[in-house]
Design a protein around this ligand. Structure first.
Ligand code: ADP
Length: 489
């Protein structure tokens, strides 16, 4: 099958979170399963320098964006057999220091930037000599593509457009803009209705994708159920319930080429289930790097995260406050809300021998933390899939997670299956419940045989992309069979 994947961030070119990891890994896994996958993403600052093999394509975009026309160029990079990446070069929009924001403030023209990206995707889907069998878009930044394609079919004589699949990586981010932004889409006014892209008088890009995509997926089965409830639906639960026959939850896989301590180039000592010694060496190296007292006996906890409400930062700060009277050590790598950054910095200042904080975005350090930690904390309020708990399992850092979304789908607690337990789950969203889970971890740490057993189960857990690709393939096939369906079939 020929699949065109579009995303505002794709690893290894650009990344702010799990979206980039997932689209990069999906493209690779589709190609390795014998499909042809092509990726479309913006040419952000620095990508061309890091990938000098890319070539300019003889292609010129000149597309309407409201009452002006915007030009762009196209670059391509052959990544491996069956996998090509396209980059949209529009320096005014994409040659910037950040992807979505700078100094904590979103770019004021994000609507222009990503509506333009979506138009480029629809344009390539229509005019590339390589004709995709399915167009797979991700999150609000490319969620207008299905409606743009639908409009071109009905109004501009695009005879047989491919079906569209939308993956929701996080329903909390919908790309909602003031009413007058709708003009940038150049769609006729009858799309700006409650049955279309309007959401309480504003343009909602993600809603457009949910209404017009032939099939909708999200990144774990439990999150697929959660977003149909008022609690997690962010105002779109009713619409999602109406589309539930076309809504599937497919748990993300892990790219073990990138995330495996047996061959991870970022870590001080590689290790595996059969050669476990390197893990302690990684712990000692990280303690030294982060300025914590070195010692193999202190249980080391870690977190790598965007510092946003979603990630449970408030209960984590509360639980740590309570637990720092024990001998645990805690390492944080994260950035985001400045209040949360200050909260962790303050904790590190008060407990310098127990807490080390790095406010930064640092891919290599993220690998070193996974390798070093005994336990990984992920107390999210909600979590569509979550990747770090999956990476933690492979690195033998026992995950402590709140039972929500993909966290619930990927970690096994003792109470669920004693023979396969690989992590610790808690349910109530409170510092008290998290502190209790940390106490369980400390008790586990005192029982080396049991800890080894948890680690063995954890490191053997595999979230294979082959399985996920099989499920996406079925989703694409059903999208093709639904192609002729009505708007809200
Ligand atoms: P989300 O997409 O909601 O941010 P995920 O757990 O799905 O959460 O994915 C997060 C990805 O981003 C992981 O690969 C994680 O290692 C990475 N990441 C998050 N914060 C940082 C950071 N400060 N430095 C390096 N990597 C980070």
């Amino acid at each position: 099958m020929k699949i065109l994947l579009a995303s505002s961030e794709i690893h290894p070119f650009s990344k702010t979170g799990g979206l980039a990891d997932m689209v990069g890994a999906l493209g690779k896994a589709l190609a390795r399963a014998g499909h042809e996958a092509r990726l479309i993403t913006p040419l952000y600052r620095g990508i061309r320098e890091r990938f000098p093999q890319m070539r300019r394509v003889d292609w010129h975009f000149d597309l309407p964006l409201g009452d002006r026309h915007v030009q762009a160029a196209l670059w391509s990079l052959e990544m491996e057999t069956g996998l090509v990446a396209y980059f949209i070069e529009q320096p005014g929009f994409f040659d910037r220091a950040g992807i979505y924001l700078e100094n904590d403030v979103g770019y004021p023209d994000n609507a222009d930037r990503f509506i333009f990206l979506s138009k480029c995707v629809a344009h390539l889907a229509r005019y590339l000599p390589w004709q995709p069998d399915v167009v797979h878009v991700h999150d609000w930044q490319t969620a207008l593509v299905p409606v743009l394609m639908r409009h071109q079919q009905s109004a501009e004589g695009w005879g047989n457009p491919p079906p569209a699949c939308l993956t929701i990586h996080n329903l909390a981010y919908q790309g909602v803009f003031p009413r007058d932004t709708f003009a940038l889409t150049n769609l006729p006014p009858d799309f700006f209705t409650i049955e279309g892209v309007e959401f309480y008088g504003r343009l909602n890009c993600l809603k457009a994708g949910i209404v017009f995509a032939n099939i909708i997926t999200t990144v774990s089965p439990r999150y697929a159920r959660e977003i149909m409830t008022e609690e997690f639906g962010y105002g779109l639960d009713g619409l999602l319930r109406r589309r539930q026959k076309q809504l599937l939850g497919i748990l993300n896989g892990v790219d073990y080429d990138e995330w495996d301590p047996a061959h991870d180039a970022f870590i001080a000592h590689t290790y595996s289930l059969t050669r476990p010694a390197g893990k302690v060496a990684c712990k000692l190296a990280l303690q030294r790097e982060m300025g914590l007292p070195q010692g193999r006996d202190a249980p080391l906890f870690g977190t790598i995260s965007r510092l946003a409400d979603q990630k449970g930062v408030d209960i984590q700060l509360g639980a740590l406050e309570e637990m720092l009277s024990t001998n645990l050590q805690f390492v944080l790598l994260g950035s985001g809300s400045s209040a949360y950054e200050r909260g962790y910095a303050e904790l590190a200042r008060r407990f310098p021998s127990k807490v080390a904080v790095r406010v930064d975005y640092d891919e290599a350090l993220a690998h070193r933390i996974e390798a070093a930690c005994d336990f990984y904390l992920m107390p999210s309020r909600f979590e569509p899939s979550g990747l770090n708990q999956m990476y933690s399992l492979r690195y033998g850092a026992i995950p402590i997670v709140r039972a929500t979304g993909g966290l619930d789908d990927s970690v096994i607690d003792l109470t669920e299956d004693a023979t396969r337990a690989n992590g610790i789950k808690f349910h109530e969203y409170s510092a008290r419940a998290l502190a209790k889970a940390i106490r369980k971890a400390l008790a586990l740490y005192q029982q080396p045989d049991l800890l080894r057993q948890y680690r063995r189960h954890a490191m053997k857990t595999a979230f294979s992309w082959e399985r996920a690709v099989g499920e996406y393939q079925k989703a694409y096939e059903s999208a093709r069979s639904l192609r002729t369906g009505s708007r809200l079939s």
